[in-house]
Design a protein around this ligand. Structure first.
Ligand code: CAA
Length: 389
């Protein structure tokens, strides 16, 4: 029999700064209830000048390496849609910062917010091929829209590092998966832009179509029945989207849509996302972290995962929570990462938003701001230079 394969460790990190939606609302004249209730967000993580997807990724992965070492990790998969280089995989910087051996495979994956799930599924395949090996899957993103656009309120930043292996301590990933791809331009970022373009309402419809499509494929391939799931973990561009998605799924399955039922299914998955904002590839796995960290004992319960990446690709799959998982979660680390962020006022946020990402290839020492374990020291000769803090 094939061994169970899945998520053995899960560790998240975010940025040094935070902007609250109360501050954003007070500045742009929006009723704060639109943010708090309408889209379900309280605050968004904002990177310091010396933070990016690499520093967050290294901060997320370091505790995993501290706990498990690097001996069995033969592959690092880095998923992102806010890449810092068009050629070099960001994971190589993480490999270097964390002292991985040279006998490691490192690659970067992209398909909008779906990339982390592609990484997880490819990792599961690699572990089935050789169950003695583990794969480090990292999802790290800075979500950025132009100032004043509707998407601005749904920015954020975070990284999640997952160790994938046989006999996992947290979640066993199951077959089958339900897949759905459609060629839509709901959200995209051309190579010459640092901020994403989006057709906001079109993107919500595209997401809901993808929920339907991937669930349909999942059930046609012999997946579990709706009632077998104890919780649903959705990609969260903003937490209200999980609520919309679950209502849509219940409707599609011909079920009554009851508020308490929806809250029970998704409630514990939104806590971290509500305070961090959109973290693209990391978002659904931050939802999983919140669920494992804060829900009552889920041992043996099955979680439904719906991963969506604009453009678009979606996948529905199930995972079963391993009894004893609570000895391996990281609730204190995750709470501390959220709580230690320094709040910024709107002008500081605006300055960071407009000038945090030099693109002209000049030499820039970067001011030392982050209190995280790794920092971007500067840009020199078109190269990004990272260092432990
Ligand atoms: N009190 C309470 N609720 C209020 C309110 C108030 N005063 N004012 C408005 N609301 C509610 C609205 O009724 C609405 O809720 P419903 O959807 O249930 O009707 C909600 O707040 C948002 O209001 P609007 O639709 O008017 O907001 P908007 O036009 O400013 O746009 C948005 C919202 C489309 C999400 C926009 O923020 C956006 O474009 N975000 C980026 C794109 C995005 O996140 N898309 C999600 C799917 S794509 C994806 O998932 C990939 C990804 O990560 C990007």
């Amino acid at each position: 029999a094939r061994p169970a394969v899945g998520i053995h460790d899960l560790s998240a990190a975010t940025t040094h700064h935070v902007l609250t939606h109360a501050t954003l609302a007070a500045t742009n004249g929006t009723d704060v209830a639109k943010y708090h209730r309408g889209i379900g967000l309280r605050a968004m993580s904002v990177p310091a000048p010396d933070e990016d997807i690499v520093t967050m990724a290294a901060a997320a992965a370091a505790p995993v390496v501290a706990r498990h070492g690097t001996d069995r990790i033969r592959t690092i998969v880095f998923a992102t849609e806010s890449s810092v280089d068009q050629a070099k995989a960001a994971g190589i910087h993480v490999h270097s910062l964390l002292g991985f051996p040279s006998a490691t495979r490192v690659v970067e994956l992209k398909q909008a917010c779906y990339g982390g799930t592609a990484g997880l599924q490819f990792a599961v395949g690699l572990v089935h091929r050789d169950p003695s090996q583990q794969v480090l899957v990292i999802a790290s993103d800075v979500s950025k829209y132009a100032l004043g656009e509707p998407g601005e309120a749904t920015q954020g930043a975070a990284a999640v590092a997952m160790l994938v292996g046989a006999d996992p301590a947290l979640v066993r990933v199951e077959d089958p998966s339900g897949m759905f791809t459609a060629d839509v331009m709901d959200f995209w970022r051309p190579n010459y832009r640092t901020t994403a373009l989006v057709d906001g309402h079109e993107s919500i419809s595209a997401y809901l179509q993808a929920v339907e499509g991937s669930w349909k494929d999942y059930t046609e391939r012999g997946g579990r029945a709706l009632d077998e799931f104890g919780a649903f973990c959705y990609h969260q561009p903003f937490p209200r989207m999980a609520d919309k998605a679950h209502r849509h799924l219940l409707n599609y399955c011909g079920r009554d849509v009851d508020d308490a039922l929806v809250a029970g299914a998704i409630g514990h998955t939104t806590g971290y996302n509500a305070e961090i904002g959109n973290s693209y590839t990391a978002s659904m796995y931050l939802g999983l972290a919140a669920l494992l960290d804060t829900a009552d004992d889920l041992s043996g319960r099955t979680i439904g995962f719906l991963s969506y990446g604009s453009g678009s690709v979606a996948e529905f799959f199930a995972g079963t929570v391993v009894p004893g998982y609570r000895e391996h979660t990281r609730p204190d680390q995750h709470r501390a990462a959220i709580d230690r962020r320094q709040e910024v006022d709107y002008d500081t946020y605006r300055e960071l938003h407009e000038h945090a990402f030099p693109v002209d290839g000049g030499d820039y020492p970067v001011p030392a701001v982050t209190t995280g374990p790794y920092r971007l020291a500067g840009l020199s000769g078109h190269k990004r230079v990272y260092e432990p803090r």
